[in-house]
Design a protein around this ligand. Structure first.
Ligand SMILES: [Zn+2]
Length: 473
């Protein structure tokens, strides 16, 4: 019998605190069991030769939307296939009641078990959930959700107008919420803060920071001018709206003592505001997040109307401010905000088209190509941004997020030298388009390993879906 179930030999392994090292890995029972200068191929029942390759801990994509726009189980299967194609071995996905997803409201005590049932046996990567309270009843279910392994919550600040404006009937049909305003936000924060204290670990609130009153005003102006397209959309949801929402959020989170994640900062103004509020409240737990699309896309290079997303795609100048904050460490996590949908949902009336698109299959390739190879980010920092930091921030470290003895053997074995052109097909997603079409990226996995099993190799998924639900504790 072999000493190990799997050995990964001849690769350059990115280790926490040490960076890239020529090391071999031995895997036993799904865990890293040996990190050694040299292991024999005969030590492993299975052998992966990683010569001229880099071996990274699998990415932990802490912002995805599995099941938002497509049937839940089918979406879990197709989009987790895209994940492993890009070296992502854990997806932490947002779930809420209301329109899209399961298109209903009700108690999470009933709906969350249904989500887990629809997920079981469908994922090729491991997965976990953040949940958004939407109704008053949900506030009292937060503790129960924490007991189910949900360690983080969400509020969409721009949904407020949907329940307050003259159009509130239609808005409430969409959110299926009760009063969804700053008072409700504060109530969630108080509960998350109390749970953080009681459990002695980080129970955080993620915030989509855009101010709805400003969006309403600016959308009306831009529509009145008859404009459409990415530039118009950016002006219709201006960076001012992000800045104001961040201010509102952190004044409240500081008062409540609630750890917060400021999601998908899209603009130079939003990042600058995020850095400013972290300085103002140095003892507060405020995490800044960026998406790969705000780092990669601008009005000119994105695939036109298909890149409609909230918050919007901005300018090349905004991108460089984002990259600088990624490099200097102000931004802690880079994510995909993956929400797969078909191209027909993007066509027709620009203002009615659905926002979002997929990207989880490009998380490592974007960081490695544009961050490491083009902008001098170290490999270790790239690993921090898409694997270690999200795992730490959301209660999964060191099971996930590190190549270390005893950690899950989740590996992205990547080729830094061979560029590949992004196409919809290359991403192995159900999405029939990509706003990144034609871009050249390096850093694609030649093999992706989940708990010691090769789940993607030779540009194909391998085996049946074996992803586990990760109960965060
Ligand atoms: Zn999102």
């Amino acid at each position: 019998m072999s000493r190990f179930d799997l050995v990964v030999v001849n690769g350059t392994v990115v280790l926490p605190g040490l960076g890239p090292q020529r090391m071999d890995l031995g895997v036993k029972d799904g865990k890293i069991a040996a990190i050694a200068a040299s292991l024999a191929a005969s030590d492993g029942a299975e052998v992966v030769d990683a010569r001229n390759r880099h071996v990274l801990p699998g990415a932990v994509d802490s912002h995805t939307h599995v099941g938002i726009y497509r049937p839940f189980s089918a979406d879990a299967l197709s989009e987790s296939t895209s994940a492993v194609a890009g070296g992502t071995t854990t997806m932490i996905s947002y779930f809420r009641t209301g329109s899209h997803y399961l298109n209903k409201t009700g108690s999470y005590r009933e709906i969350f078990p249904e989500v887990l049932k629809l997920s079981a046996g469908q994922f090729r990567c491991d997965y976990s959930y953040h949940v958004a309270p939407m109704t008053n009843g949900h506030l009292d279910e937060m503790e129960w959700l924490v007991d189910q392994g949900v360690g983080s919550f969400k509020l969409y600040m721009f949904y407020k107008s949907l329940t307050l404006s003259s159009d509130s009937t239609k808005g409430r049909e969409y959110t299926m919420s009760d009063d969804y305003d700053l008072g409700y936000l504060y109530e969630i924060m108080e509960r998350a803060a109390a749970l953080t204290k009681a459990r002695g670990r980080r129970i955080s609130l993620s915030l989509h920071c855009e101010n709805p009153e400003l969006i309403r005003t600016f959308i009306n102006r831009i529509k009145a001018q008859g404009l459409t397209g990415l530039e118009a959309y950016s002006h219709a949801r201006p960076t001012l709206s992000e800045e104001l929402a961040i201010e509102e959020a952190v004044v409240l989170s500081h008062a409540a003592g609630c750890p917060v994640n400021l999601l998908h900062l899209s603009s130079g103004a939003a990042v600058t505001k995020g850095i400013e509020v972290k300085r103002r409240y140095p003892d507060d737990d405020i995490l800044l997040e960026a998406t790969l699309h705000h780092l990669m896309l601008n009005w000119h290079n994105a695939g036109g109307y298909t890149a409609k997303v909230n918050p919007p795609i901005r300018t090349p100048q905004d991108q460089e401010v984002l990259w600088a904050a990624v490099k200097d460490g102000h931004i802690a996590t880079v994510v995909s905000d993956h929400a797969a949908l078909s191209k027909d949902k993007k066509e027709g009336d620009f203002w009615a088209a659905w926002p979002g698109f997929g990207g989880t299959g490009m998380l490592y390739p974007v960081l490695l190509s544009e961050g490491v190879l083009k902008r001098g980010l170290t490999l270790e920092r790239a690993v921090d941004l898409v694997s270690a930091n999200p795992a730490r921030s959301f209660g999964l470290y060191p099971k996930k997020g590190a190549i270390a003895i005893g950690s899950d053997a989740d590996l992205a074995i990547v080729d830094l030298t061979t560029p590949k052109t992004v196409t919809a097909a290359s991403l192995h997603s159900a999405q029939d388009f990509t706003p990144f079409e034609g871009m050249q990226l390096n850093g694609w996995p030649v093999a992706t390993v989940l708990r010691g099993r090769v789940v993607f190799a030779n540009d194909q998924p391998v085996g049946t879906p074996g992803g586990d639900f990760l109960r965060r504790a």
